[in-house]
Design a protein around this ligand. Structure first.
Ligand code: ATP
Length: 122
């Protein structure tokens, strides 16, 4: 029988909380996202720009959560022993975070750069 939706939601929130507690990079991404949101609110960007920013921030956080999941699963499967396949899996997961973070940085620059420039140029 399917579990109640609120149990699934609670487990998902517990997974996010555990990743925030254990992963320094997750906390860095969260802080960067919060800073971008504060700057966006100060600049008064429009709804479409907010949509792009929200997607960009969510993409990085979701990638970091998947990276954490891969790390834990690989650690479990490898039993703490070094293995070339464990390295490939972890490096690929870390690479996915890097790709998302780079794309998000570009989106952040495109969304926040022009209004910030206009404000500072006045
Ligand atoms: N079992 C293993 N076998 C081989 N290489 C490994 C193994 N575990 C980790 N590594 C290597 O060490 C790197 C760091 O792995 P670790 O599990 O410490 O992640 P982390 O320091 O939390 O990394 P991230 O900064 O991506 O969150 C991996 O990307 C991989 O290159």
């Amino acid at each position: 029988m399917a579990r109640p939706f609120r149990d699934s939601l609670s487990d998902a929130c517990a997974g996010i909380a555990a990743a925030i507690r254990s992963e320094r990079n997750m906390r860095i991404h969260l802080a960067a996202g919060a800073a971008a949101c504060a700057l966006a609110a100060w600049l008064g960007i429009g709804p479409l720009q907010w949509a792009a920013l929200t997607l960009a921030i969510s993409l990085v956080l979701a990638a970091e959560l998947m990276n954490t999941a891969v790390e834990r699963a690989v650690d479990l499967a490898s039993g703490g022993k070094l293995h070339p396949l464990a390295k490939v899996a972890k490096d690929a997961a870390a690479g996915a975070v890097l790709v998302c973070a780079a794309a998000s940085a570009v989106i952040g620059l495109l969304v926040l750069g022009p209004p910030l420039w206009r404000l500072l140029a006045v």
